[in-house]
Design a protein. Structure first.
Length: 154
């Protein structure tokens, strides 16, 4: 199973970052893949037990991915897991730690591609970096919005 670990430091309170991270509307804006929520929860803040089905163009193909929020401890963490999609398995943990009014947002993204050894090779050569860039871009937008709204209150 491949794993991506990212830490993003954000000058905003933990509640704001937590809510932005589970905002379906923001996720649709951040994705350069024209990602659309097409079933389940399709707008607003996703909650524990809810699902969302995404349709997006990745690697030249339109794909759908359904995830479910399987754990949530507001505002410290939530986990989404794939229930249907192209991966053999996928789990994304979102962890939030606050210190001095700032937030460290941690992503732990674990995935396994189908096709055995060929899938593992594809992960190493391409997919892991592709997904890491996708998450970094998403986090950049969360940081930008959280910090701009944080600074407006000061």
């Amino acid at each position: 199973m491949a794993k991506i670990y990212l830490e993003t430091f954000i000058n905003a309170d933990i509640r704001k970052v937590f809510d932005l991270s589970r905002d379906i509307d923001l996720h649709q804006k951040s994705a350069k893949t024209n990602e659309k929520a097409i079933a389940g929860k399709t707008y607003g803040l996703i909650e524990l037990g809810e699902t969302v089905t995404w349709c997006a163009k990745h690697l030249g193909f339109y794909q759908t991915l359904t995830t479910k929020i399987t754990e949530m401890e507001s505002p410290k963490m939530f986990t989404d897991k794939m229930t249907e999609g192209a991966f053999k398995s996928m789990k994304h943990q979102h962890i939030f730690k606050e210190k001095d009014g700032k937030t460290c947002m941690v992503d732990i993204f674990e995935f396994e591609s189908p096709f055995g050894i060929f899938g593992k090779l594809f992960n190493k050569i391409f997919l892991k970096n592709y997904l890491k860039k996708f998450l970094i871009e998403r986090n950049r937008l969360i940081k930008e919005i959280a910090e701009s709204s944080f600074n407006k209150r000061i």
